[in-house]
Design a protein around this ligand. Structure first.
Ligand code: ZN
Length: 400
């Protein structure tokens, strides 16, 4: 065993079933390891060289683990630095809104604010129970008049409330001292704006729930506040204009849809993360996709491509049930693509074609219609493109 000078960088350790999740907040990468690895890492940190650790193992157990491999994996996760794997010149970009200190985060997220939120939601539930008419149906999104301007207004309001949702995740994570980054990505062909909170793996399991659920919690509180305001208007005669009422109802409905979207457990939504944290499955979605790929290979008489023998028993037990949700959910999502999203997109294309080929004397298409159509089409095309790119070159991605 050749002796490589090692530098141990700051890392976190959290118990996770029989294993431990170790990682570096600096690199944002985490992995699940057995207790042995934690002990080896502690030996390195105490100043032992790989050769010494190797010797100690031989003396104690008569055999030693493959330290070269381990050192390479730990280096790629930013936990160790060696001459062969020096630290990158520029450190990783800092988190967004890092000026929000943990103390500031805790002003927003503490047991008192949570109690106030619970009281608001409870008040809204009682109000809805007494006056169920307040709950909007799909018609809340149906604007027969001034269609384009209303849709555009709703899209912008929707984006604003998405910002509030993501800020909720971020501030709750900051309250626990975790740095986050905002990113744009895709779930299937839906473009999503999400908060990368990999740093919460450094927290004990039960402290991960608030950052994960802070977003949906704020959605729920927004829904409750909208219900209470609409109820006040109806019952106390606040005298809102019909336009205001319809916009508030539409926003309420959009927030309700967002909660429904959270129940899409077959993609990485907040509820998915909360559930996998609850069941202690670190990469349930990835493992299920691997499992399905193996099944598919076996059906065609091929060899199973991915070795899953290393999965803990409790994680393996979850997979078949989750596979059913995965398949059913994708079925629903594909029907949505075929019967709603694509027809809408094609109608916009026709509209575009008609307006280009229309005689000069015809009524021009209002600019708001253009904007609404453009926004919708861009999001769909970008989502489909990101999804397609993900399907083909399968690059090895390591996540905890
Ligand atoms: Zn969220």
């Amino acid at each position: 065993m050749q002796d490589i000078p090692l530098q141990v960088l700051p890392y976190s350790v959290q118990p996770d079933g029989e294993n431990f999740i170790i990682g570096s907040a600096r690199s944002g990468k985490f992995l699940s390891v057995p207790a042995d690895v934690v002990a080896i890492l502690e030996a390195f940190k105490a100043g032992s060289s790989p050769a010494q650790v190797h010797q100690d193992y031989l003396r104690r157990d008569g055999e030693a683990p493959d330290l070269d491999d381990l050192i390479q994996v730990l280096s790629s996760h930013g936990i160790l630095s060696t001459a062969a794997t020096p630290l990158p010149e520029s450190p990783l970009p800092r988190g967004h809104f890092d000026w929000i200190t943990p103390a500031m985060g805790r002003v927003l997220w503490n047991r008192y604010t949570l109690a106030v939120m619970a009281a608001i939601v409870l008040a809204a539930v009682v109000t809805l129970w007494r006056d169920p008419v307040l709950l909007p149906g799909w018609r809340a999104l149906y604007f027969p008049r001034d269609t384009a301007i209303q849709l555009l207004g709703l899209m912008l309001l929707g984006m604003a409330s998405t910002f509030v949702h993501e800020m909720a995740h971020l501030t709750a994570a900051r309250a626990a001292g975790v740095s986050c980054r905002f990113s744009i990505g895709n779930q299937l062909w839906f473009v999503v704006w999400y908060t990368d909170m990999s740093g919460i793996w450094a927290l004990p399991r039960r402290r991960r729930y608030l950052p994960i659920l802070a977003g949906p919690l704020i959605d729920l509180v927004s829904i409750a506040l909208l219900v209470l305001v609409l109820a006040a208007d109806r019952q106390q005669g606040w005298g809102f204009a019909p336009y205001t009422v319809s916009l508030l109802s539409a926003l309420l409905f959009v927030n309700l849809l967002r909660i429904v979207w959270q129940c899409y457990f077959f993609i990485r939504t907040d509820f998915y993360y909360a559930l996998s944290n609850l069941f202690g499955c670190k990469r349930l979605l990835q493992d299920t996709e691997d499992w399905l790929r193996n099944r598919w290979a076996r059906l065609r008489g091929r060899v199973e491509a991915i070795d899953q023998s290393g999965l803990p028993a409790h994680e393996r037990r979850m997979i078949p049930a989750y596979a059913a949700i995965w398949l059913g959910g994708r079925g629903i999502a594909f029907s949505l693509l075929l019967f709603v999203q694509l027809p809408l997109f094609v109608s916009y294309l026709f509209l575009l074609w008609e307006s280009i080929t229309a005689p000069a004397s015809a009524q021009p298409v209002p600019v708001t219609t253009w904007l609404a159509g453009l926004l919708f089409s861009t999001l769909l095309i970008a989502g489909l493109a990101m999804w397609a790119r993900q399907l083909w070159p399968r690059k090895g991605k390591i996540d905890a």
